[in-house]
Design a protein around this ligand. Structure first.
Ligand SMILES: Cc1ncc(COP(=O)(O)O)c(C=O)c1O
Length: 438
């Protein structure tokens, strides 16, 4: 492609001018690898964008999409249905904790956040507690890019350019992380209930009768991989119960095996009221997201006249036939290859390898949980984010690695099919890169 051809596509979350001056063009993918225009193989250390959990180009998924496209290209799910959407909802609900038997489909993790937050507010109106409107997120939280998502989200760069955000979302709980105590932890840090206790202060400030929901990632991914400490989610659940507040887990990253279980809710033995998912549900082959809703919340809507719509919400492509076909084939693959258990078995190997970077040049912290890790690089005080960006470019150019960065943090989240030697290669590549950074 000639440089002029690159102009029209405005890339998301990318420094466009720098990219277009020196593009990184991926043209094919298979298994653990992307391939560039010259046929060079690039090891995928981040499952695309935390989403290609079964590895790239998996034949059963490709075939299922092909077959679906030939059979039913589209069917509306407003007032009509098609079998794959019902089948997939059933399969997803079967993976979720008991009592969470309903699935609302959307197209992305962002829309899932929007949906869960809307369902939370609408639920309280339904049950006669319409005064509950506050939606509480967490510092450094990421829930996608809609106005609702950035409002409950806690990453400054995503919020600051966009003016007044959604009313009722000003409060954020602290990120449950204390570097002095938790740096270089493998897995979940000890304790941490006190970070959840911050909810009591918001209840004291505003009154529980104004709070609808708390939304958290069971592992903060986009902020740079922060596992929640061992006592945190249980305490948060207990406090939400005490005050009648709904608890939403955003499992867009942690769902479908990243933490060695179907959902983080299973790993931590904590059942929220809603679980958001996207990404891994279709192995990223077709966009799909959704919210798994508890029976308590769902059933509250199921009243009123027979002809009356219970929830005025949805998207043209909610439960698109191709996405549902991809989802069904993906869940079969996860099951047949035991990929969630594989991730669990690999976790100690992965942690050991990643933490061997302790002491490497400019590495100031390493956090790991499941098959995810955050490696902090000391920022250039004059240009925060520059070293992270350089690391990503060096990884691509010199080490044949596709890595994900979040500011000056390298986030690793390999496909769950990664071998021990793939993991060793990623880690050695990063060791070399951080050694080069100025
Ligand atoms: C926890 C979480 N929620 C929501 C999203 C947004 O998903 P999408 O990019 O599909 O809108 C992401 C994306 O990384 C995410 O990590």
């Amino acid at each position: 492609m000639r440089p002029n051809d690159l102009g029209p596509f405005w890339l998301p979350y990318t420094p466009n001018r720098s990219f277009k001056a020196n593009p990184r063009m991926l043209v094919r993918a298979e298994g653990m690898y992307f391939y560039d225009e010259t046929g060079r193989a690039l090891l995928d250390t981040c499952a695309g964008l935390w989403c290609v959990n079964a590895g790239h180009g998996r034949k059963p998924i490709v075939e299922a999409i092909r077959a679906a496209a030939g059979e039913l290209d589209f069917a509306p799910t407003f007032q009509f249905g098609h079998p794959a959407a019902f089948a997939l909802a059933q399969r997803i609900a079967a993976l979720a904790p008991e009592g969470m038997d309903h699935v609302f489909f959307v197209n992305s993790g962002s829309e899932a956040a929007d949906s869960a937050l809307k369902i939370a507010r609408a639920y309280f109106q339904k049950i006669g507690q319409g005064g509950r409107f506050r939606l509480i997120g967490r510092e450094k939280g990421y829930h996608g890019t809609t106005f609702a998502g950035i409002s409950v989200g806690g990453l400054g760069n995503n919020r600051r350019p966009y003016g007044p955000l959604l009313p009722g979302t000003d409060d954020h709980l602290p990120l449950p992380y204390d570097r002095a105590r938790m740096a270089f932890t493998k897995g979940e840090p000890e304790g941490g209930a006190e970070y959840a206790d911050a909810l009591e202060q918001l209840v004291a400030l505003h009154g529980a009768e104004t709070i609808a929901a708390v939304i958290v990632e069971p592992m903060a991914g986009s902020a740079g991989v922060f596992a929640t400490p061992k006592d945190y989610l249980k305490r948060l659940r207990a406090l939400c119960d005490k005050h009648g507040i709904l608890l939403i887990f955003d499992e867009v990253i942690t769902g479908f095996g990243r933490l060695g279980a179907s959902f983080a809710a299973e790993r931590y033995g904590v059942t929220p009221d809603m679980i958001n998912f996207a990404k891994g549900v279709t192995n990223a082959a077709v966009p799909l997201g959704g919210t798994i809703v508890s029976n308590k919340v769902h059933d509250a809507f199921m009243s009123g006249p027979d002809h009356g719509i219970e929830l005025f919400h949805g998207h043209t492509y909610s439960g698109h036939p191709l996405a549902c076909a991809a989802g069904l084939a993906t869940l079969d693959l996860y099951r047949d290859e035991g990929l969630f258990a594989r991730a669990k078995a690999l976790e100690p190997v992965f942690a050991e390898a990643v933490h061997s970077l302790k002491g490497a040049a400019r590495v100031t912290d390493i956090r790991s949980v499941g098959l995810a890790a955050g490696i902090d690089i000391e920022p250039d005080p004059a240009a925060p984010g520059r070293r992270g960006y350089d690391a990503m470019r060096q990884a691509y150019a010199e080490e044949n690695l596709v890595i994900r960065i979040s500011g000056d943090t390298i986030a690793l989240s390999p496909p769950l099919i990664a071998t021990e030697s793939d993991i060793a290669r990623m880690v050695e590549g990063i060791r070399a890169i951080v050694g080069w950074l100025d």
